[in-house]
Design a protein. Structure first.
Length: 164
C-alpha cells in the first residue's frame, strides 16, 4: 500500500515539468522580440550598410531562428515524452514529427542543432576575423570541434544501442 502511494506520487510529479515547458514558450516570445528588433534596427540604414555587415545581421537572425526551433522541439517533444501526449484538434495542425521523437532522438536533434548554431557563430567570427585575436579564433574552433565530436559520438552511441 505504501509502495503504491509512493509510486503514484512519483509518477504524478512529472507534472512539475509542465510549467517549465510552458515557460519555454515565453522564451520564444523573447526571441521573437529580439529578432524583430534586429530587423527594424537594420532597415533604416540598409542602403548604407556594407554587405559584410548585412550578412552578419542575417547570420544573427538565422541563429535566433535555429535557437527558436530548438526551443520548440525541446518544449513539445519533452512534454510529450515526459508529461503527457499533446491532444491537438485537427490533423492539419499537428506537426509531422510530434510523437515520433523519443528521448534519444531528441538528444541527437539537440546536439545537431547546437552544432548548427555553433557553425553559424563560427562563420560570423570568420567574417570578422580582422577584429578578433587569433587565440580567440583558435578557441572558437576548438569549442566548435568539441560540439561536432560530441554530436557524432552521441549519434554513434545511439546507433550502437539501437542495434543491440
Amino acid at each position: 500500500m505504501l509502495e503504491k502511494m509512493f509510486e503514484r506520487i512519483m509518477y504524478a510529479s512529472r507534472w512539475i515539468m509542465a510549467p517549465i515547458y510552458l515557460g519555454m514558450s515565453l522564451l520564444l516570445i523573447l526571441l521573437a522580440i529580439k529578432f524583430f528588433q534586429e530587423v527594424f534596427h537594420i532597415m533604416p540604414g540598409i542602403l548604407g550598410t556594407a554587405e559584410v555587415d548585412l550578412v552578419l545581421v542575417v547570420l544573427s537572425l538565422i541563429d535566433i531562428t535555429l535557437v527558436g526551433g530548438l526551443i520548440v522541439m525541446v518544449m513539445f517533444s519533452g512534454y510529450e515524452n515526459f508529461v503527457s501526449k499533446l491532444d491537438v484538434d485537427g490533423d492539419s495542425e499537428k506537426l509531422g514529427w510530434l510523437g515520433k521523437l523519443d528521448a534519444g532522438s531528441l538528444k541527437n536533434k539537440v546536439a545537431a542543432s547546437i552544432v548548427a548554431i555553433s557553425s553559424i557563430h563560427l562563420l560570423k567570427v570568420f567574417m570578422n576575423v580582422a577584429a578578433i585575436d587569433n587565440e580567440k579564433i583558435m578557441w572558437y574552433v576548438i569549442i566548435h570541434l568539441t560540439f561536432v565530436l560530441s554530436a557524432f559520438a552521441m549519434g554513434y552511441l545511439d546507433k550502437l544501442t539501437r542495434h543491440h
